[in-house]
Design a protein around this ligand. Structure first.
Ligand code: GLA
Length: 393
């Protein structure tokens, strides 16, 4: 669907001619996985697929939301004064939570509004469709109600929605990448201090391939919360000897020195992943700056292995995609991206060979897993913003 078609649909549904149009991307994480909630580095970027929102203010206090992706739910309607979580509102709880926490943070939102959402990120594929709808709601509220919000505050409110409204204890990475993304750049973010730097991604004759397992991410949220609590337990044990606030404060050699203090093999492996992944992320940025894409790719592969063997969040589907990719000619590196437990993997591939690579991996995946994987070639795009001119989708 393009913006023109969305405008027509908006008019049919809400009988209003001139909504404003907003967009927030999805994200991939190049490297630095499960480090954000451990005070470490991440290196994500925004992609050119994402969530569109068309919106206009109302004169009363009603809020009406419609999603092209969940047509069967029809218009979800509620009052500005009643912003509690309601299971029956399903997807609409994400934008509702955003509205609620923005108001609680002191933003003055005096009237209701109508909004239509349309997302072209595959839902539940681990490309952060939820953070994308949160941030597109953030920018539309910011613009419609002239809130002049600080963007990083908006990003933090998005994270609060996940943590306190939806109930997933996720870190700040997704909302940060989506709120702060920049065309053709990755963001090296220190999740402890929120200091960040943009690093140009110049892939030249290479491109980024997203490989979707199409696996349903059942129990993913509870497994995610379980990993987070395992990290907290490992940290508490390490703190008996090491003077640290977060797992990512340890260097690999310090970890090797202290690790015997952790009394369980599982917790030790979780902590090891975090510490080594954090250091790999900085190393990867260095290689990228030196233009050494081969070395960057090799670090991606190591990241996947650590997420498989030590953090144990990959599973057969993601392993099949990454490990098959490693064997293909023209692949510099491949790894799962995001939380894991299904979702997507990414690969950096020679653009000329991309078609053949997708075909070969797709074939092995189908044979081994029994259903199809999906592949997308994406570009690195900007963060959440208003779209002023008509752009295609
Ligand atoms: C999910 C979370 C992020 C991050 C990643 C793993 O995407 O939302 O905060 O923890 O998993 O790196």
């Amino acid at each position: 669907m393009d913006v023109k078609q969305l405008r027509t649909l908006y008019q049919e549904i809400f009988h209003e001619e001139s909504p404003r149009v907003f967009f927030a991307p999805g994200r991939i994480n190049l490297i630095g996985e499960h480090t954000d909630y451990n005070g470490g580095y991440v290196f994500p970027c925004a992609i050119t697929k994402g969530t569109y929102a068309l919106a206009s203010k109302r004169s009363d206090k009603k809020i009406r939301m419609y999603s092209v992706n969940f047509k069967e739910l029809g218009i979800v309607e509620f009052e500005l004064e009643n912003l509690d979580y309601e299971a029956k509102h399903e997807w609409a709880n994400y934008p509702k939570g955003m509205l609620r926490f923005l108001k609680e943070s002191g933003c003055s939102i005096g009237s209701g509004f109508d909004v239509l959402f349309y997302g072209n990120i595959p839902n539940g594929a681990g490309l952060s469709s939820s953070a994308s709808i949160e941030l597109v709601t953030g920018v539309l509220l910011d613009s419609l109600f002239e809130l002049s919000m600080d963007r990083i505050e908006m990003v933090k409110i998005g994270q609060q929605v996940e943590n306190k409204f939806i109930g997933v204890n996720s870190g700040i990475m997704d909302q940060f990448a989506i709120g702060m993304g920049r065309k053709n750049a990755g963001i090296l973010l220190n999740c402890d201090t929120l200091e960040y730097e943009y690093a140009p991604i110049e892939l030249e004759r290479h491109s980024i391939l997203i490989m979707n397992t199409n696996k349903r991410r059942e129990l993913a949220d509870s497994k995610y919360n379980e990993r987070r609590s395992e990290c907290e337990q490992a940290l508490a044990q390490l703190q008996k000897k090491a003077d640290i606030q977060e797992l990512a404060n340890l260097s690999p050699s310090e970890f090797d020195e202290y690790q015997s203090i952790i009394d369980s093999e599982v917790l030790r492996k979780r902590a090891k992943h975090v510490v080594y992944e954090n250091s790999r992320t900085l190393e990867a940025l260095k290689e990228l700056k030196n233009g050494n894409l081969e070395a960057f790719g090799e670090l991606m592969n190591q990241s996947h292995l650590s997420l498989k063997n030590d953090y144990e969040v990959t599973g057969t589907e993601l392993d099949t995609l990454a490990e098959t990719a490693w064997k293909e000619d023209g692949v510099l590196g491949a790894r799962m991206t995001g939380a894991g437990f299904g979702g997507c993997a990414i690969a950096i591939v020679e653009t000329d060979k991309a078609e053949a690579i997708m075909k070969a991996i797709g074939k092995v995946y189908k044979e081994k897993i029994g259903y199809e994987a999906e592949f997308y070639q994406v570009l690195i795009g900007d963060g959440a913003k208003e779209i002023k001119e008509v752009e295609g989708i």
